[in-house]
Design a protein around this ligand. Sequence first.
Ligand SMILES: C[S@@+](CC[C@H](N)C(=O)[O-])C[C@H]1O[C@@H](n2cnc3c(N)ncnc32)[C@H](O)[C@@H]1O
Length: 262
Amino acid sequence: MSAAPSLISFSTVVTRLRAAGCVFAEDEARLILSTARSAAETDAMVDRRAAGLPLEHVLGWADFRGLRISVDAGVFVPRRRTEFLVERAAALARAGAVVVDLCCGSGALGAALVAELGGRAEWYAADIDPAAVRCARRNVEPAGGRVYEGDLYEPLPAALRGRVDVLLANVPYVPTEEVGLLPPEARIHEARVALDGGADGLDVLRRVTAGAPEWLAPGGSLLFETSERQASRALGIVAADGLVPRVAVCEEREATVVIGTR
Ligand SMILES: C[S@@+](CC[C@H](N)C(=O)[O-])C[C@H]1O[C@@H](n2cnc3c(N)ncnc32)[C@H](O)[C@@H]1O
């Protein structure tokens, strides 16, 4: 029989996390203790965190714009800086918009945008990784969206062509040679397909922008994140594919978002 959660104290959890090198041990201890349903589960979570798993994989969820998003093992953890992309999208979207979240991972971006629209959106998400799709279904479908599995646009309903108002695409954009330099939490515990963007990090993006004019409604916009270093090349790619490009930067969150409007 498992003991009550209170039998493992806050200070014990903090001490174990600190000994494992967790910088935000107090915050993490609070999250673990409020998520675990038994002392045994608390113990197991602290062990997994001390072994280096991302906190969100240990908890099974991530906070993204105030939503509790399920995040399964191996699935990309939605980053705080990506909230900026959702904010830029929300500034463009109207209630009733057709929203597509391509390369959706957990589905966090679409979920946050549609929540911002008060649930008033027609909402589709897709990813190539079956683990991400399983996870996204739990985050997206109860809120009224649909999730598809496959390569970029390929699994989307054909009837969406020319109707998409907001196309979110937080594609992998780490250059292949730099994947090995990422922190172990990403490099070891997130799927390579979620990180590796090819030689210059822009390979998946090139395919997304090439297809975007066919799927966007007139006046609709594609939004994606890049690094500051990649932004000017990404703007050129967007323009070459016939969209009107612009960039938005949030220095505080170190976030760069490129927007291409049809
Ligand atoms: C950087 S992660 C972003 C996930 C999510 N949008 C987020 O921001 O939390 C990139 C995602 O793209 C997916 N992906 C990579 N290549 C893809 C492709 N060709 N077609 C569809 N999804 C792809 C990966 O499986 C991964 O979930």
